[in-house]
Design a protein around this ligand. Structure first.
Ligand code: BYC
Length: 328
């Protein structure tokens, strides 16, 4: 168990494999929709699953600042710049709430950061794609934040209290992010032919990677069954992907641009859209570290971390001075 950097209280997170009685009582609490809190007994595997998911989620928020940060200095107006700046700052904040939620499970932030910087930890595949034109900022808000909300609203009802509570605020902010992205694209789509073509180009490049955000098909998802039994996940990867396609296709129609999928069609019987096969090899390559920007994203994060060394040192020196003064 990771304990570095924790308070004594936090070190006492109650987790072990558990006796059959403990496991049954735990599942009963989950089935009764009780929230599990940090100091409650929990199976070790539940604790590990949450650490994995919440830390990957936190890393995604932090790395996710890069593709959009890339456009801060080139936003086309002061208003767009202020909106984008607020959004990027929100993502950093989400990372912080989520690292804090994960820390309640007995892992230190230092350990999580070290795992990200060494390349050991995963983060969302989507942030390994480049933002090559301004319309990409709209596409990220509309599609990436849109997919994120679809996945994250149910996480507000996750069985683990600290994660569920962190997600409430994250979702409110993601909702603003989604709208700003859509409004940006709507402005481009109502502009010149060249601007509309930029929006179409962005949709062409971001559509399939956005569908991949929901993870592998249910038949390939190794964690889903257990995570759903524990009510960490409330819907399967495929269910959420389908909901996303159903709402997003109609939003694309309103924009007047087309989803780049020749197999996409509305099934009148079910009311759902059927869609083409996702390129799962591309997904596997990206999460294995071989996407278009994996190397660049990690190097930039490593550099930011080492450039920030002096800030951490200064904060530490200040805290020690305050503590010494309080003790005197
Ligand atoms: N990318 O058994 P499965 C944001 C991995 S940030 C990379 O289905 P699970 C935003 C998965 O981790 C959005 N890896 O797993 C920020 C597992 O590998 P490990 C981030 C992926 O956990 C800035 C393996 O594949 N959101 O919104 O049951 C700007 C098998 O998958 C991906 C979250 O993190 C992927 N796309 O389900 C804008 C939400 N998909 O760990 C926006 C919280 C799967 O065994 N996370 N993998 O090595 C979740 O809801 C779930 O973890 C997932 C995957 C649905 C993503």
């Amino acid at each position: 168990m990771y304990t570095q950097g924790l308070d004594q209280g936090d070190k006492e997170t109650q987790a072990s494999a558990g006796t059959p009685e403990q496991l049954a009582a735990f599942q009963e609490r989950i089935d009764a929709e009780e929230k599990i809190e940090a100091k409650d007994w929990m199976p070790e595997a539940y604790r590990r699953t949450l650490i994995r998911q919440i830390s990957q989620h936190a890393h995604s928020e932090v790395i996710g600042m890069q593709p959009e940060g890339n456009w801060l200095t080139r936003a086309p107006s002061l208003k767009r710049k202020a909106i984008l700046l607020a959004k990027v700052q929100d993502e950093g904040g989400h990372g912080l709430y989520l690292y804090s939620a994960a820390e309640t499970l007995g892992i230190s932030r230092d350990q999580m950061v070290a795992d990200l910087l060494s390349g050991k930890a995963k983060y969302s595949s989507i942030f390994n794609y480049p933002t090559v034109n301004w319309a990409d900022i709209g596409a990220i808000g509309w599609l990436v934040d849109g997919a994120a909300i679809m996945n994250q609203i149910p996480l507000c009802r996750c069985s683990y209290g600290p994660y569920a509570r962190a997600m409430v605020r994250v979702c409110k902010e993601e909702s603003f992010h989604q709208r700003q992205g859509y409004e940006l694209l709507l402005t481009l789509c109502r502009g010149s032919a060249e601007q509309k073509a930029m929006a179409q180009d962005a949709l062409n490049r971001w559509w399939w990677p956005s569908l991949m955000m929901f993870g592998p098909n249910d038949s390939e998802s190794k964690h889903s069954a257990q995570s759903m039994a524990w009510k960490i996940k409330r819907f399967s990867n495929d269910e959420l992907r389908q909901k996303f396609v159903d709402v997003t296709v109609q939003q694309a129609e309103f924009l007047g641009i087309s989803v780049p999928d020749p197999d996409l069609k509305l099934d009148k019987k079910t009311g759902h859209y059927t869609f083409g096969e996702i390129d799962w090899q591309e997904f596997i390559d990206v999460i294995a570290g071989n996407g278009p920007c994996n190397k660049q994203r990690l190097e930039k994060r490593q550099k930011a971390h080492s450039d920030g060394e002096w800030v951490r040192e200064a904060a530490q020196a200040y805290a020690s001075k305050q503590a010494a003064r309080a003790a005197a």
